[in-house]
Design a binder for this molecule. Structure first.
Ligand code: GDP
Length: 236
């Protein structure tokens, strides 16, 4: 998937508030992670915003408390990138932490347009208790999750591999759900874009059982008639 342009589309500033009108009925992918995990850096790198950052890289960790929506135009179609507030800021009082968590979860609970979440985990620490809480909640909600292991440049290739293998085991996920990412070097960008493209724009198929009977049990939909309806008129 290639990114063509990105624009800020609005924010949710209070629990229970609806996403911006323009995001309704549009595929959304949300980015979740602990404060300071490298989420803003990853989003900026992913969207190709290395000069004029769209997500704020925090000088003050834990400061972003809004859910920000960005409309992204990509070659495969338009989607919304949803930047969730970083959770687990160590210096925030417990009540504040709980409030943020409730607030994030209230968006995730009403997830009819959400196709998946990219859960960020610092490759050096592996999943923290806060991360595990987030992952459990996503599983409970039945939301598909990809894992981006951030700051991958801070470990050698061997250590990085080991760390990710260990996290994959601890999280009980498939290895192809895990992507090593370096906002500094750009590692993982293409892989994450490709995986997100598939998640956002591939029609969901129920994989047929291997020994499916050979009669016409598969004539339900016509893949040839499945072209997108967005006129590819390259809107400026
Ligand atoms: P956020 O709070 O999750 O949005 O995290 P930020 O994107 O603001 O990053 C937190 C800190 O980690 C900043 O000092 C970044 O420069 C640093 N950082 C983020 N991503 C990377 C990375 O891929 N490699 C390295 N070496 N540092 C990173």
């Amino acid at each position: 998937m290639k990114i063509k342009s990105v624009e800020f589309a609005g924010a949710i500033g209070q629990p229970g508030q609806a996403p911006p009108e323009s995001a309704r009925g549009m595929p959304q992918v949300a980015f979740s992670g602990r404060s300071n995990v490298g989420k803003s850096s990853l989003i900026n790198r992913l969207l190709g915003r290395t000069r004029t950052a769209i997500a704020r890289v925090s000088a003050t960790p834990g400061k972003t408390q809004e859910i920000n929506f960005y409309r992204v135009r990509a070659d495969l179609g338009d989607f919304f990138l949803v930047d969730l507030p970083g959770y687990g800021f160590a210096r925030a009082p417990e009540a504040v932490r709980q409030k943020w968590e409730g607030y994030i979860n209230s968006y995730l609970r009403r997830h009819e347009d959400l196709v998946g979440v990219v859960q960020l985990i610092d490759v050096r620490t592996g999943p923290t208790p806060d991360d595990l809480r987030s992952v459990d909640f996503l599983a409970e909600m039945g939301i598909p999750v990809l894992f981006a292991f951030t700051k991958a440049d801070k470990l050698t290739a061997t250590k990085r591999k080991e760390a990710i293998a260990q996290a994959v085991k601890a999280l009980e996920i498939e290895p192809d759900q895990a992507i090593a990412f370096s906002a500094l070097k750009g590692d993982g960008r293409e892989e994450l874009l490709e995986t997100l493209g598939a998640l956002l724009f591939s029609p969901t198929e129920d994989a047929p059982a291997e020994d499916a009977p050979a009669d016409d049990a598969n004539a339900d939909d016509d893949p040839a008639a499945d072209d997108d309806e967005t006129g590819s008129g390259e809107a400026a």
